[in-house]
Ligand binder design. Sequence first.
Ligand SMILES: [Zn+2]
Length: 330
Amino acid sequence: MRQQADPSGSESLYPEPTLKFRSAGQPTATAGSRSSASQAALSQTTLKKPAEFSGPGLFHGVDARVRLLPAAENTGIMFRRTDLVGKPEVPGRVEYVRSAARRTVLAANGAEVETVEHLMAALAGLQVDNCVVEINAPEVPSGDGSCLMFCDAILNSGIQQLSSPRKLFRPREAHAAAGSGGERIELTPLYGDAPSFCYQLDYGTESPVPMCSFSVDLTPETFMREIAAARTFVPEDEIETLQRMGFGRHLTGRDIVVFCNDGTISDNSLRWADEPVRHKILDCIGDLSLCGLSFVGQIIASKSGHRLNHVMASTVSMISGRGIAVRHAA
Ligand SMILES: [Zn+2]
């Protein structure tokens, strides 16, 4: 574990931002840290100092400025709409998920925050337990469609430990959820130190998005090395439908990975041959973190999207004793 001298005197968990991945090619982003340490033995964390980033949202294209602020233990992830009267807060918890197509939207206190899943994944992947997310628009900036912009900001800020232990949940039995289209997600007990994610992507033989699967034991290092740079993607066939719904009209093939009907990528190139399934795991990590605590278990998912991910996050929240009634439908 590499550490730099820290003028504040507090332990710096990932003091050296080492993001190097900025263009197509094999990602080299890393997070110097402590993968071998047991999550159960760790304290809660927050940022060492405020971090900022800005840019247009993925679906609506509205420019947003975000400040990630250090927060006290047991705050969790709390969004705050600074552009609205009274600066209403929206907890980053599954109880506040509003049903929405193709993204995760949170709503509380008369305010909404859209497309939170990639930022939630960055915070969860780097094991940031507590953070206030100030945002001056309805949708989180998209960056390049991956987690890199958020991870860069978090690692540049630095992460510090707080005094309370991390909230950790280990399931004792398997829990599963399934949809009518063959999608499924299952959480099974695991006796290691890191949660494990295994995802099988299968849009059928007619889809230009190739069938692929990927597994990862999640630590900050594996998250940065294997998952964080994986971008969101869309089959060419779906673009017209999405734009008719008012989504992504500002995007070009440079801003999002578009799979053409012949299987080629429009105006772009993949960072990994299996980048889509890695992004599905990224989404899964972000959505499941809405359960409000860390868990050590194995997630096995097939074709699971945001809606089913939310059902599993709700299940974890309920069986861990932290949950309240969830408003959205399965
Ligand atoms: Zn996504």
